[in-house]
Design a protein around this ligand. Structure first.
Ligand code: ADP
Ligand code: ZN
Ligand code: ZN
Length: 748
């Protein structure tokens, strides 16, 4: 192997002006270490300052006068070397989604540097729950209060954080020793998800795939063995056994000597899910999650790199696991908004997974009960291969679904948030000691205005998107900036019951307690889950039947199985329907389907009540019928008509500034520059806005937006590149920030 003389280096500072490569000479003593992706120290700027950089290219050709090329000071040994295909991937991400090369490199790198690994210990229950209960009762009789405290905690949660438990439960060393000596617990270091179930206890046998599952797995495996690499979409209702199909394919890929990445949304990355993988694949898997420290993540990606594991399971960031011989990337619940990065570069995991697969000779499997329109459109057009799983794997009857028209309730003088039907069913469940979930569809909720008599919703006449009410009594469109006065009476029916809509979880909890005084109620929303582990705590309390009713936002519809839940009530399905965002109907369909999927997962047959002012809306009808294709057809009509993704592409341009005037001026300049660019290049792109963002001011920063629509993604990329250049050279944007988001998933 011959060594190269020069390295292109990107300086590790997130600064636009330094976002280019610099050439340095490679001293002979470092030639063997100077590979693409290596972390180096180089002299930079005045004086003898040395700073960090990464090698992104190697060559024997000097690009400038040799005398001006400085040598690399040193190559940092032991630092993670980024795989060269990941460097290319970073470059592709930067080009495709915007941002600097540094932003992109930071995205694909495991962790910046080797962080000292802080030991984190867990207390893990090793006895079955029934036995634990007996021990607990015995200790309670003997009045061993400290033992009772920790045993009780273990009954609630099978894994406890060591330091946290010792502190909050006030447990002494001898108590821990007693638990260990009696084989009630085991202490484990660091890895949160090491298989806590004793091997001999986990006699859970591998399931035999049913015909549908087997046929899908066989087709995919066959394609793989014959070298046909493509993207698959498995459309299967919740509980249809997608995970079993994944595992079947994974074992084939691993057996062939390749590695697998499995992406699961953080919220669904529960102990139960992870444990199924452990039971099948043992210790050759690893987990990433956001609760881990940088050190722990670094540690896990090092294990992947060294070939100690075959399977990495985690949320979006697990996509960049530095496997040497990647064979397969699985993205479960591919429609989830969390697969889109919220920070620059705002990449989508599905797109990046396909690119990484292409670069490394791997393939991709997407799975969902409610595929994104983007993915489904691609399978209709043949880009993806589509498979359907139509039956629940464990014979459970689908729930009975009631759609309640809230306008009728008002006519019958029922002003409560509970329809007569829902109230009746809640009371019945309480009598039968079964459980109830009440779901407030609040996602993306932004104060739309509707009439409670006829259901009319105030919409922008230019964008067909709901207007948002503001404190100054005006209604505003956050796409185009259109404004009108808040009406006093409904323009459609003349009723005076027209108002901004809003029902918070706290309010619902209060009303539940008032209406059903004997019921035990738990609430789950961003307030009650702020603390570490709060989310899990509420869910396990509910799973252990410590409450009759769980009230919550979309958080409650995922992750856990609750065998006693036989009723799901959706308080106001409309809330997400008018979120002021073109994906609102799609979200509503997804949320309603998921919520309905929670009812009657076991032996008790389930019922679902969907309360709405728009029982005729197609996303409510098709969710109630479980008919995805019908929903897809209807929604695509709207997207095509309005040129919204996936019928076209949208680029969001966000200008931020501390000073409102600067933000205003900045976005005006962007608008003018855009108009000129579009007319000179004879493009047919459509500009929408400028407008204040729906979050018009955040943390004292003003936010203004422009949307650009075009059928051709590459034209939007060219526009982004043009604006990036214009922004840094024109001098019109002092004090402004600029961000891009392609086909956004969120409102801005
Ligand atoms: P999904 O991922 O589509 O939600 P899962 O793979 O989690 O579905 O399957 C739901 C439940 O059904 C799980 O408990 C799983 O073990 C079980 N299951 C799936 N396939 C089979 C099968 N062929 N035979 C028996 N049980 C199955
Ligand atoms: Zn009306
Ligand atoms: Zn508008």
């Amino acid at each position: 192997m011959s060594f190269q003389s020069y390295a292109d280096i990107i300086i590790d500072i997130s600064h636009e002006n330094l976002d280019k490569t610099y050439q340095y000479a490679i001293p002979v003593e470092y030639s063997h270490l100077a590979v693409i992706g290596a972390l180096v120290l180089v002299p930079f700027g005045q004086g003898n300052r040395t700073i960090n950089g990464y090698i992104v290219g190697l060559s024997n050709e000097p690009k400038i006068n040799i005398d001006k090329i400085k040598p690399i000071s040193s190559v940092v040994e032991g630092a993670p070397v980024i795989e060269s295909h990941l460097i290319y991937l970073a470059y592709w991400i930067k080009e495709t989604f915007g941002g600097t090369m540094n932003d992109a490199l930071k995205t694909v790198m495991p962790v910046k540097k080797a962080v000292k690994i802080k030991e984190q210990r867990s207390i893990i229950l090793t006895k079955p729950c029934e036995e634990l209960k007996q021990i607990y009762e015995l200790q309670e009789k003997k009045n061993n209060v400290a033992r009772v405290r920790i045993l009780k905690a273990l009954l609630d949660e099978n894994i406890l954080d060591y330091d946290n438990a010792i502190q909050t439960l006030n447990i002494s060393r001898p108590v821990i020793s007693w638990l260990i000596d009696n084989e009630i617990i085991r202490i484990e270091s660091r890895q949160l998800y090491r298989n806590p179930i004793d091997k001999q206890n986990s006699a859970q046998t591998k399931v035999t795939l049913n015909d549908e599952q087997q046929s899908i797995a066989s087709h995919i495996i066959n394609d793989y063995n014959e070298g046909r690499l493509q993207t698959y979409l498995i459309h299967g209702i919740t509980g249809s056994g997608k995970t079993e199909v994944y595992m079947e394919v994974i074992s084939e890929v691993v057996a062939s000597g390749k590695q697998v990445i499995v992406l699961i949304p953080e919220i669904a990355l529960t102990y139960q899910t992870v444990n199924r993988f452990y039971e099948r694949f043992g210790e050759r898997i690893s987990i990433l999650n956001s609760r881990m420290s940088d050190g722990e993540r670094y540690d896990q990606s090092l294990r992947a790199k060294k070939g100690e594991i075959d399977i990495m399971i985690g949320p979006r960031s697990a996509l960049f696991t530095p496997f040497k011989n990647l064979g397969l990337i699985i993205i479960d619940e591919e429609h989830e908004g969390s697969y889109k990065s919220e920070t620059t570069p705002k990449y989508h995991a599905v797109e990046v997974a396909r690119k990484r697969a292409e670069l490394t000779g791997a393939f991709v499997i997407l799975g969902s009960a409610t595929p994104s329109l983007e993915s489904y459109k691609r399978s209709v057009s043949g880009d993806y291969k589509l498979y359907n799983l139509t039956k629940r794997a464990k014979e459970a009857n689908p729930p009975k679904i009631w759609v309640v028209d809230l306008r009728e309730e008002l006519k019958q003088k029922n002003r409560s948030i509970f329809s007569i039907k829902l109230k009746e069913l809640i009371e019945e469940r309480l009598r039968n000691k079964e459980q109830i979930m009440l779901f407030i569809n609040r996602r993306g909720y932004s104060g739309f205005v509707s009439c409670r008599s006829c259901g009319h919703v105030m919409k922008c006449s230019h964008c067909d998107i709901s207007l948002t009410s503001h404190v100054n009594g005006k209604l505003l469109c956050h796409y185009c900036g259109y404004e009108e006065r808040m009406p006093n009476i409904c323009p459609d029916c003349g009723s005076k019951y027209i108002a901004a809509f809003g029902t918070g979880t706290q309010k619902v909890e209060e009303l539940v307690r008032r209406e059903f005084p004997g019921a035990r109620v738990l609430r789950m929303d961003t307030d009650t889950t702020k603390n570490k582990g709060g989310h899990q705590k509420i869910l396990s309390a509910f799973a252990n039947h410590k409450a009759d009713i769980l009230v919550g936002t979309q958080m409650i519809v995922k992750g856990h199985d609750f065998p006693l839940v036989s009723l799901v009530g959706i308080i106001a399905a409309d809330l997400s329907l008018y979120a002021g965002d073109f994906r609102a109907s799609e979200r509503t369909y997804q949320l309603l389907s998921q919520a309905a999927g929670r009812a009657g997962r076991d032996v008790i047959p389930g019922e679902v009540v969907i309360q709405t002012y728009h029982p005729e809306h197609y996303s409510i009808i098709s969710a109630a019928n479980g008919n995805y294709e019908e929903f897809y057809e209807q929604e695509m009509l709207y997207r095509r008509l309005m040129h919204y993704p996936p019928a076209a592409h949208i680029l969001l341009v966000l200008i931020t500034a501390k000073d409102e005037e600067k933000a205003e001026r900045g976005i005006t300049h962007v608008g003018e520059a855009l108009k000129e660019y579009i007319s000179t290049n004879k493009l047919s792109s459509q500009i929408i806005g400028p407008a204040p963002a729906s979050l018009a001011k955040a943390k004292d920063i003003y936010r203004r937006v422009i949307y650009i629509k075009d059928d051709n993604y590459d034209i939007l990329v060219a526009i982004k590149n043009y604006l990036e250049g214009y922004f840094s050279y024109s001098g019109q944007f002092v004090g402004c920030g600029l961000q891009f988001d392609f086909n956004p998933m969120n409102t801005y």
